[in-house]
Design a protein around this ligand. Structure first.
Ligand code: HMG
Ligand code: MG
Length: 302
């Protein structure tokens, strides 16, 4: 078995993590979190989304957060853009990467972005074109690649269909997302295989929510397939407001701990990552949703 010697983590806590919080999180807290994450060695940070503030009020401060970050050389900052309106607003904030997001299931596409899969691709096409002309990297997120909160199981063929559409409009990299965390390793493997028919191994990442406690196992099987890029969220924050019952992304601390134990380099300082997770958890007045973080924090207190 050959495993990738190095793994790249995309920290999605500030976006996927905080978008789902009911209580307002001030821009200053988000900015401080991002500063702590980059200090811990994260080189890819998903900062915010340029979506409708009526749909996701927590991301309404997108421009303020982007403007408030002291950018660290070598770190790439990405934002979600669902349409040209969002892209134009994002462009003013100079993101390094934009993310268009579609669903492998029709019902979730309607609930999350108020259009069909085909319509979403039509909407994304000019966004992708404009981004690429501006020299901005384009990532695609594919939701519900193993299960949908409205339709149940999602077949790998649907994932392959969506991956083909994304490739067709010029998306450069896709994330295979288990939005509601129902996936188990072989199902995730099939979703990845369907994606790999359209995208190179180096252009595919995993985005696993941990609702059913399967995300580390899903990460491991992805690694065994050679996938080396993953979205993770500090303190296990996260969830999508339009995917009821879904909890956070796999915790960055859990993934960094696992990879360090396997001798796989991430360039991330687990101690500083723990501090970042403790900072945001304290603000949210709860404990980090990460077994590794809790164990390590408890050990610190001994
Ligand atoms: P819509 O209502 O169909 O849009 O929403 P519309 O084009 O008809 O416009 C309606 C109103 O929204 C107008 O304002 C527009 O100006 C405004 P009004 O005239 O009524 O005052 N509007 C916007 N405002 C700001 N920024 C924009 C924007 N676009 C329109 N970009 C829309 C369609 C896509 C906008 C809406 O459905 C939306 O914002 N959805 C976002 C949902 C979302 O953010 N979900 C979470 C992120 S995805 C996720 O978490 C999954 C992921 O983690 C992977 C995984 O785990 O699966 C990535
Ligand atoms: Mg997500």
């Amino acid at each position: 078995m050959t495993l990738p010697p190095r793994v790249k983590l995309v920290e999605v806590g500030p976006r996927d993590g905080l978008q789902n919080e009911k209580q307002p999180v001030p821009a200053a807290i988000k900015i401080e979190l991002i500063h702590r994450l980059q200090a811990a060695g994260l080189q890819e940070i998903e900062v915010t989304s340029f979506v409708s503030p009526k749909w996701v009020p927590q991301m309404a401060d997108n421009a303020q957060v982007m403007a408030g970050i002291t950018r660290k050389p070598g770190v790439r900052y990405s934002v979600l853009t669902p349409n040209l309106q969002g892209f134009e607003a994002a462009l003013k904030c100079q993101p390094d990467e934009i993310v268009v997001f579609a669903s492998a299931s029709e019902a979730f596409s309607q609930k999350n972005i108020n259009c069909s899969i085909a319509e979403s691709i039509e909407r994304f096409a000019p966004v992708v074109q404009a981004a690429r002309e501006a020299g901005i990297h384009v990532r695609g997120a594919m939701s519900c690649t193993v299960g949908c909160p409205y339709e149940g199981e999602v077949a790998p063929q649907q994932v392959g269909y969506l991956a083909g559409l994304m490739k067709g409009i010029g998306v450069q990299h896709v994330g295979v997302a288990d939005t509601i965390g129902v996936g188990t390793p072989l199902k995730v493997q099939r979703a990845l295989e369907a994606t790999l028919k359209h995208f190179d191994l180096n252009d595919v990442s995993g985005h696993f929510h941990d609702t059913y406690g399967q995300a580390l196992a899903n990460t491991l099987i992805s690694l065994q397939m050679g996938v080396w890029q993953f979205d993770t969220s500090v303190a296990g924050l996260g969830g999508c407001p339009y995917a009821k019952g879904a909890t956070g992304n796999v915790a960055s601390e859990d993934v960094v701990y696992m990879l360090a134990g396997m001798g796989i380099d991430t360039g991330i300082d687990l101690d500083q990552l723990l501090d970042a997770g403790a900072f945001i958890s304290e603000f949210l007045q709860r404990k980090p949703n990460s077994r590794a973080a809790m164990a390590l924090l408890n050990r610190r207190g001994l």
